[in-house]
Design a protein. Sequence first.
Length: 239
Amino acid sequence: MRSDYKKKQIKQLELYFRCLSSVCIDSVLAYYYVPYEFLKFERYLGNRVLKKGLRLWDIKDAETLKTRIRWLLEDGNRDDYKALHAELSALPEQARQNWMEASKDHPEYARMSMVHTFLPQLPAGEIAAFGGGWAIFLSRVGLAYGYLTKEEAWAIKLEAAGYVQQHYGSWEEYLIAFMAASRFWKPEEQFANVVYIMTRGQTLLGMGTFASRKAPWDIPLEPGGERAAYRKGSASLDA
C-alpha cells in the first residue's frame, strides 16, 4: 500500500514513474510532465496530452482504462514481436538479408522490417518497455480523470515498474525497446512515431545524466528502498 512508503520515497518513485512514461508523450509538454504530475483540474481545461492518450487507446471510462492497462502488461504485442524476432534471428545474416529482400510483398513485411532493423540493438527481442511505459502513463491519466483511486494507480505503477526492471538493466535498454515496440505497433508511420522518443531519451540520459542521478534505473520499489538507493550513490530529489 502507498501508506507503507515514506514521503521521501514516494516523491522519488513518482519521479521515476514520470520518467518511465515520459516517452509516451508526443508533445513539448513532456518536459513539463517530468517534474510535475497530471492534476485533476486539467481534465476540465482540455489538456491535449491527457485527451490524446485516452483517444489513442479508445478509453471512455474506468472499465476500458483498466482493460487497456491489463492488455499492456499481459500482452502489449510482446508475443507477436518475439515470434518474428525468433524467425529472423534463427537465420544467418546473409540469409536473413536475402529473405527480407524476397519478402517485400509479405503482409507482415512492415513489422518484419521493424524487427530486422532493431535486431542488433535488441537481441533478446523483449519489448516489455512498451506495455510498462504505457500502463504507467494511463494510470496517471486515469487518476486525473477519477477512473482510478490513488491506491489503484500506485499499485499499477509499481507493477509496471517492476515489470520493466525485470527485463532491462538500464535506461538505454528501456528506451531502445520502447522505440522498437512503438515502430512495431504502428509501422506505417515509419520514423515519425519515434522521433519524440529519441528526444525524450536525450532528456533522460542528458543534462548530467538526469535519470541516473534523480531516478536511477534500479531504484528499489519496495517500502524503505530510498535508503538503499542512497547507499548506491544516487542523488535524492533534494540534492
